[in-house]
Design a protein around this ligand. Structure first.
Ligand SMILES: Nc1ncnc2c1ncn2[C@@H]1O[C@H](COP(=O)(O)OP(=O)(O)OP(=O)(O)O)[C@@H](O)[C@H]1O
Length: 596
């Protein structure tokens, strides 16, 4: 909560100042109320024509309270809502900036950082944005300060010990209940394993990616039953962890006893004429205001649960601030070679090394195909080349300089990559292709040329909006592409980058979704596409692999074979075996089966 308060003036100094002033007005009004009541009772019980000025003063005080309620309360509500929206916007923006700032992606594999990002998104807390905390704070602060004022009035009108007894009783119970809320909030933040499972099952049911299989496999009741069981089990665990009924009962008893201890002497003194009626009225009115020292219900809960994401958002917004890349300009690199030297790498966490002692040289301007079994580390090599991860030991050198010496953005501009799990951006075709080089305006000409090279040209011709057609079935005017069309679009995106100056083209399984004709057409354009640049192909298809000048086989974390297609076939090693398996005539096997 303190973290949130510290952020407020930074996010909007004007709104914060306005809110403080409006809260001060509300506090003053809450103190005026018992004084007004006392003033009126004093004037009316005094009798005679002299009552008029006293009544007028009492009514004026009441009018001030009324004015504050009628005029300033709505303004305070609007101001806190606006400040809340500003906080939501600023926190989300900082989270987004922070999450994207680190040059690599290793921080996203760190479970502590992933957890912070999850909290910063407020998802782990059931979607309570921090702006709600501002609204709760704007409600809570005047109540608490008003209670202080009521305490002073009670001390003056009644007796000082009355404020102490009542204030202490409320404060103790409020403290217990606040601790319960804090426990509950942190339990919600951590979420029980059951609730996390329930959230996963819910997402399976309500999000598009699993929708097809859920229906195909008839998983409706399976998911519903398990979701219901997991959710209730999780909730029961949460309640058990956070609710203490015994303390609740003691708290109620304590407050009742404290009120009796104050009310009885007040009544006794008034009955015996030791306490004038106006003071009794003031004291009784002030007693009612003291409750705000205690548990202020939903406001406390809302304040704690909504502000819980703020420290995480502040931590995420600081990600990568201290990290500095090199300063060498990579423009035009590599001119000589890319070299992996004794590279060892394991993904963050306690994981085994994927690459261990890997040496590899890729001469500039040549093409290299990387082959190997599933999970051998082929994609990992491309991620290290892109600087998304850094080797644990050894180094990646570009023209003799470690990758870390280069300014990260300038090295990235030299790369055009199609990842195996490339993203389907739900934006226009133009944007999807233009993302290859965001600095270069995606003009019709540039987009069409990239689409021609990537084999996408023509798809836009059937769409009403052409290059500006939106690619998402979730929009009424949107279009959904086929798997192969998305792959051609991803290729076009990379080739847009190449046409805008990228020097290294990395294609991870570029033909996996392509039909025979599209694959053939791509091979036909291969020389045109790769002319003058360094190309790295990761593929299991030997028709693709054979296009490359050289081939490297990855096995047991290092390069086990390296050479041209003919050289590796002649060597009779792993590559030759893989090639033979893939090129064995399928019909012969099928024929054997048919014969039975
Ligand atoms: N982000 C990650 N976090 C942890 N482990 C990972 C991550 N990405 C990959 N791995 C692991 O690293 C190993 C190598 O993965 P990589 O994707 O490089 O293999 P690959 O050779 O490209 O495989 P495939 O042919 O199946 O695409 C695998 O064991 C994989 O489980």
């Amino acid at each position: 909560m303190l973290t949130l308060v510290r952020q407020l003036p930074r996010i909007s100094g004007g709104l914060t100042a306005a809110l403080i002033m409006l809260i001060a007005v509300q506090v003053a009004a809450s103190v005026l109320l018992p004084l007004a009541a006392g003033q009126l009772v004093a004037a009316l019980t005094g009798g005679g024509p002299s009552a008029m000025p006293g009544v007028l003063l009492g009514l004026t005080l009441f009018s001030c309270v009324l004015l504050s309620d009628v005029v300033f309360d709505p303004i305070r509500a609007m101001t806190s809502a606006r400040l809340g929206t500003a906080v939501d916007g600023a926190m989300t923006q900082r989270t987004v900036e922070g999450a994207m700032r680190p040059a690599g992606v290793a921080h996203l594999d760190d479970s502590a950082v992933a957890d912070q990002i999850e909290r910063a998104r407020a998802i782990g807390l059931g979607g309570y944005p921090p702006g709600q905390a501002v609204i709760a704070l704007a409600g809570l602060v005047p109540l608490r300060l008003g209670a202080v004022g009521s305490g002073v009035v009670l001390a003056v009108a009644g007796h000082w010990w009355m404020s102490v007894v009542l204030g202490a009783a409320w404060a103790i119970t409020g403290h217990w209940q606040q601790r319960e809320v804090e426990r509950s909030v942190s339990a919600h933040g951590a979420q029980t394993a059951e609730l996390r499972r329930a959230a996963y099952l819910r997402d399976l049911a309500v999000t598009a990616p699993a929708a097809k299989e859920v229906r195909l496999f008839g998983m409706h009741s399976w998911i519903l039953e398990r979701f219901t069981a997991a959710w209730w089990d999780g909730m029961v665990q949460l309640r058990r962890a956070t609710t203490n009924w015994r303390l609740h009962s003691i708290a109620i008893l304590l407050v009742l006893i404290a009120h009796a201890a104050v009310l009885l002497p007040l009544g006794f003194a008034a009955a015996h004429g030791d306490l004038p009626a106006d003071q009794l009225a003031e004291a009784l009115q002030a007693m009612l205001g003291l409750w705000a020292f205690g548990y202020t219900g939903d406001l406390v809960w809302m304040l704690h649960i909504s502000s819980a994401s703020v420290p995480a958002a502040v931590a995420v917004s600081g990600l990568g601030v201290a990290a500095t890349g090199g300063s060498r300009d990579a423009e035009g690199s590599p001119r000589a070679e890319i070299r992996f030297e004794r590279v060892r790498f394991a993904y963050p966490g306690d994981r085994p090394a994927v690459l261990d002692g890997l040496d590899l040289v890729i001469p500039a301007g040549s093409s290299l195909a990387i082959v190997g079994d599933n999970g051998a580390g082929k994609s990992t090599i491309t991620k290290l080349l892109a600087g998304l991860y850094t080797p644990d030991s050894g180094q990646v050198l570009v023209d003799g300089y470690p990758l870390g010496d280069y300014e990260p953005a300038s090295w990235r501009r030299q790369l055009a990559m199609v990842f195996q799990d490339f993203v389907h951006y739900p934006f226009s075709i133009r944007d999807n292709i233009g993302f290859g080089r965001v600095e270069a305006p995606p003009t019709d000409e540039r987009v069409a040329e990239a689409a021609r090279l990537g084999g996408f040209l023509g798809v836009e011709a059937d769409l009403a909006d052409g290059w500006d057609a939106r690619l998402s079935a979730e929009y009424t005017d949107g279009t959904e592409l086929s798997g192969g069309q998305w792959q051609r679009l991803a290729l076009s995106r990379a080739l847009f980058a190449v046409r805008q100056g990228a020097q290294v083209l990395v294609l991870d399984e570029p033909t996996a979704h392509l039909d025979v004709q599209a694959e053939h057409d791509l091979y036909a354009r291969f020389l045109e596409i790769t002319a003058g640049i360094t190309t790295i192909l990761v593929s299991h298809r030997f028709a693709t692999v054979r296009l490359a000048d050289r081939i490297a086989v990855v096995r047991s974390g290092r390069i086990s074979e390296y050479g041209t297609h003919e050289e590796l076939l002649a060597a009779g090693g792993r590559y030759a075996r893989m090639f033979r398996i893939q090129s064995e005539p399928f019909a012969a096997k099928g024929g054997t089966r048919r014969a039975h």
